[in-house]
Structures are given as structure tokens and as C-alpha cells.
Design a binder for this molecule. Structure first.
Ligand SMILES: [Zn+2]
Length: 283
């Protein structure tokens, strides 16, 4: 499978999930893991800063996640906009390789690229904005005839709506209507909200549902640090995995503050589940 195969993007994802045993493992937090490996990300580029200053750390974290059992690796492109990279790269010659590394097509600010280890390339579109922006983005995908499949992930702070306050159901339904979108789901949201959010998304989509929750800790933007007292342990996080899959999730990973240990535990849980005759995962 490759990014050029767009005849049947949904079957492309179904085939991929089948190869993964029914559920694919997405990687875990990138920026927070880069920081754990010594990177200073106090910068508007956030994790993308390392594309310029320490690409070896990005490589290391990607490899750590692959070794932990990730089927999918998300690139360090969250803040890698042209506007952001230009003043940091100083020289055009340095911007271009960065863009080549993480972007495969002309991009708007909201479009990011994800590539995985079996050469399925999809765009990861993280939405916490209003549904109007979502419609514009889907219109962009159609008008530009972009061939690369996309997935949409929404985050929620109240367990009901997306961060902007817009209806998750409405946003997911809009994404459902686009052929280029091969999965819809939730990212960077506390684990305690995920089960009900999966059930909500399931009401309006037939596409595979992806989830990559954060650790449950919250980020204090004033102190510029994570507040740990609401976090869940890896064991607690992983204890939700079977429930999330039974509710309908087909791609499971982690976002901020999750680590290779989290992903390893998710991978082990899914392997054990798929080996259990009574609990066979189905597509
Ligand atoms: Zn996150």
C-alpha cells in the first residue's frame, strides 16, 4: 500500500487494519518524549524545532515507538508551518529539506502529515477549531484533488464537544461525508472521556475510529508545565484499551505525556486479546 493508491481509501485502511490483527497501534506522545530525551521545546515550533536543531532525537523517539510496537508513526509536523519554519531556518536551503521531510503537498496551516511504517501515508488533521474550518479543510482536499488519504482527530475538554465548543457529532458527521477521510476519532483528550466519545463518533461514522488520548494530565499554559495530579498511570491507561476496542476503536495510541512504555503495554494488551480465542477482534 502506498500514498498513490487512492482508488479505495477505505479498503486501504481496512486492509491495513487486517494486517495489524484488527487494531493498529499508533505511537505515543512525541513532544513530551523529545523533552524526556533532553530537547528544549520552549519554542513556537514545539516538536518541529528538533527538525532543525536535533533530528537525531526525532529519529530516536520514532525508533523507540517502533520498537515498543507502534504500527503507525506520526511525524514531527504539528507546528511545522511555513510561517513557523521560515524565520527559524534562516536559509531557504534549510527550510526546503524540512518541508520535504514532513510535507508532501502544498499545505495550509491546519494540515499535517503522518506516515507509517508500511508506507501508508495519510494526513493527520487535528481539529480543535470550529466546524466551519473543518468544512473549509475538506473543501480544500477536494478542490486540490489531494490524493493522500486523511484522518481527522478531534480533542475534547468536556467529554462531549470539541475544544471550541462545537458539536463532536456534527464535526464527525462532516468528516464522514468525505471519501478522502479514512478514519475519524479523538486525540489529546483525557482517557476518562474516551469511551463515551467513541460511542458518540460511532453514531455518525462508518469509518474506522482512532483514538490517541493524552495521559490525563493537564497543561498549565501560565506555568508552562504539566499538572500531574490528574494523570493516570500506564497501567490505568492500558486497562481502558480493551473497553475502547470493544466500544469501536480500531486504531489506538497515545498523545501528550504517554511514552514508549504506554505503547508497549497497549501493544501487549492487543496481542493478548487477538490471541484469545474467546475475544477475537473483528474488523
Ligand atoms: Zn497531545
Amino acid at each position: 500500500m502506498g500514498s498513490g493508491n487512492v482508488e479505495a481509501p477505505i479498503s486501504l485502511m481496512s486492509d491495513f487494519l487486517r494486517q495489524c490483527g484488527g487494531v493498529a497501534v499508533i505511537d505515543g506522545g512525541l513532544a513530551t518524549e523529545l523533552e524526556r530525551n533532553g530537547a528544549d521545546l520552549n519554542d513556537p515550533l514545539w516538536s518541529a524545532k528538533c527538525l532543525l536543531t536535533s533530528p537525531h532525537l526525532i529519529r530516536k523517539v520514532h525508533l523507540d515507538y517502533l520498537e515498543a510496537g507502534s504500527d503507525i508513526i506520526i511525524t514531527a509536523s504539528y507546528q511545522a508551518t511555513i510561517q513557523g519554519l521560515w524565520p527559524k531556518a534562516f536559509l531557504k536551503e534549510r527550510v526546503k529539506p524540512c518541508l520535504k521531510e514532513v510535507w508532501k503537498l502544498p499545505l495550509s496551516h491546519e494540515i499535517y502529515i503522518m506516515e507509517n511504517v508500511v508506507n501508508v501515508s495519510v494526513m493527520e488533521l487535528v481539529m480543535c477549531q470550529i466546524s466551519l474550518k473543518l468544512r473549509l479543510l475538506l473543501s480544500f482536499l477536494r478542490k486540490k484533488d489531494i490524493k493522500i488519504p486523511a484522518w481527522f482527530a478531534f480533542n475534547s475538554k468536556d467529554g462531549i464537544n470539541v475544544v471550541s465548543g462545537d458539536s463532536l457529532l456534527e464535526c464527525a458527521a462532516i468528516a464522514e461525508a468525505c471519501k478522502r477521510v479514512i478514519a475519524v476519532g479523538i486525540n489529546c483528550t483525557p482517557p476518562r472521556f474516551i469511551h463515551n466519545l467513541i460511542l458518540s463518533v460511532k453514531k455518525v461514522t462508518t469509518k474506522p475510529i482512532l483514538i490517541y488520548p493524552n495521559s490525563g494530565e493537564s497543561y498549565d499554559p501560565d506555568r508552562k508545565e504539566w499538572v500531574q495530579n490528574t494523570g493516570v498511570s500506564d497501567e490505568d491507561f492500558v486497562s481502558y484499551v480493551n473497553t475502547w476496542c470493544e466500544a469501536g476503536a480500531s486504531l489506538v495510541g497515545g498523545c501528550c505525556r504517554t511514552t514508549p512504555n504506554t505503547i508497549r503495554a497497549i501493544h501487549t494488551t492487543l496481542v493478548n486479546k487477538s490471541n484469545s480465542p474467546s475475544l477475537k477482534l473483528s474488523l
